[in-house]
Ligand binder design. Structure first.
Ligand SMILES: [Zn+2]
Length: 443
């Protein structure tokens, strides 16, 4: 008998998302010191392990926690503040002004906490963030036991946490120097976009990221207008510009990439840079739809992102899976593109790969961290199940997520967040949004 911390048994379907795409029925999984030590049959496990805690998951799918590769988590306090507008008008007339007035350390922390609750309750266990005062996002993630990569924002104009743009590097250094030492939350830098950052700013930021071996995030080719702006300014496409400046390698995460042309996609592939597909945000802001089947056929590594809660307007990655699978079938008039299995990979193992975390998360395999979610499959919309992967992508709801573990530590039990009082946080956000509403009606 081997001693273990946690034994999860009687699982109807264990969807591993591993290389062989193993799916076990009537299965079990064991966890010791936050790591998976066994994945397999139910009968065998009872003979091998003696556990401190044993849980029966009859009526559930157990699968890897989802990976959201692009979020601006503090923006949840602006959810629904302005809808139905094009990106540039939305940014310059609404978002940038409310950010300059309302974003500070406290509001960033509260917004990040709200987003983390929403994400974890809809099955996300890892997110990659980019915003201001990201120390606060790191501390929100740590207090919830959430896995994250948090990117300090860089722009060439005054921001809430850096009123003097030329000090952007100092700001990033302070962020890194004060970063709490831990294994779950990692630092990064988020250069907003080639149209808001000069070539010099982007180059210096990338050099800084390379020196510290951290991820360089950037919005890229989100709208047609932005591509034209870059072509007019630099005489080349955005992907070519990034190559020219030496910004592309396997630690560069390019978000959106809606309008990258074939030659730019080849450049991305050649440099092993990674992309993030944010289909619902791109639909809502009418930015366009990225040619995802082409990304797949070129073998580009990419994950999925919800983008900020102000342009989506939720952080439900399970819902995003359905949208990705449906939209690309519709616009390509081809039901064979973006198969359920391919789409689920994007939110698990491929998402982990895009963030450089494949060694520790993204699939349920012995030796990996136990980032797990259990979906309730006892409801009418989950009956019957012929194929659990089809169910996850096409039918599962965020509200089916019943239990969540991050590195073996249970953070959600029976849909209840264990580490803190959700009710008081929701009241705090309501109080803050009332103040924001009042200030808007006065303007
Ligand atoms: Zn974004």
């Amino acid at each position: 008998m081997t001693r273990t911390d946690l034994l999860i048994k009687d699982i109807d379907y264990l969807v591993t998302c591993d290389k062989e795409w193993n799916i076990f029925q009537n299965a079990a999984l064991a966890v010791t010191d936050g790591k998976i030590v066994y994945v397999g049959s139910n009968e065998e496990i009872i003979e091998i392990f003696r556990a401190k805690e044993t849980i029966s998951l009859k009526g559930h799918i157990l699968m890897p926690g989802l990976v959201n590769c692009h979020v601006h988590s503090p923006m949840s306090i602006f959810r629904g503040i302005a809808d139905d507008m094009p990106l540039q008008k939305w940014l310059h007339e609404v978002i940038f002004p409310v950010e300059s007035r309302w974003i500070n350390r406290e509001t960033v922390y509260v917004g990040a906490m709200l987003s983390i609750i929403e994400m974890v309750l809809s099955g996300t266990t890892t997110f990659c963030d980019g915003y201001f005062f990201e120390e606060e996002v790191a501390s929100a993630a740590l207090s919830c036991g959430m896995r994250a990569i948090v990117g300090q924002g860089v722009l060439d104009f005054p921001t809430p946490d850096n009123p003097e743009p030329k000090n952007f590097l100092k700001r990033a250094e302070t962020f890194l120097n004060n970063f709490p030492s831990n294994d779950l939350v990692k630092p990064s830098v988020f250069c907003h976009a080639p149209y808001t950052c000069s070539s010099e700013t982007m180059k210096i930021t990338k050099e800084f990221c390379s020196y510290y071996n951290i991820i360089f995030q950037i919005h890229l080719a989100e709208t047609k207008q932005e591509v034209k702006q870059i072509k007019d300014r630099y005489g080349m496409n955005p992907g070519e510009l990034l190559q020219e400046l030496g910004l592309l390698d396997d630690k560069t995460l390019c978000v959106h990439a809606v309008w990258l042309e074939d030659k730019e996609l080849d450049i991305i592939k050649e440099h092993s840079a990674t992309l993030v597909h944010c289909v619902e945000s791109n639909l809502k802001l009418a930015s366009g739809i990225a040619p995802v089947p082409k990304w797949m056929s070129k073998g580009i590594t990419f994950g999925l992102g919800t983008d900020g809660p102000s342009s989506n307007n939720d952080l439900n990655l399970l819902g995003e899976l359905t949208t990705v699978a449906l939209v690309h079938k519709g616009i390509n008039k081809d039901p064979t593109v973006c198969k359920a299995e391919d789409v689920l990979k994007l939110a698990t193992i491929q998402g982990a790969r895009s963030l450089g975390l494949e060694e520790s998360i993204g699939s349920l395999e012995v030796g990996k961290d136990a980032d797990l979610i259990a979906l309730d499959i006892t409801k009418p919309h989950a009956t019957p199940i012929y194929d659990p992967v089809s169910h996850i992508v096409y039918s599962a709801k965020a509200s089916d997520v019943k239990h969540v573990w991050i590195r073996g530590c249970q953070v959600v039990q029976n849909r209840r967040i264990l580490s803190f009082d959700v009710e008081s946080l929701l009241n705090e956000v309501k109080g803050l949004s009332n103040q924001i509403k009042k200030s808007l009606s006065k303007d």
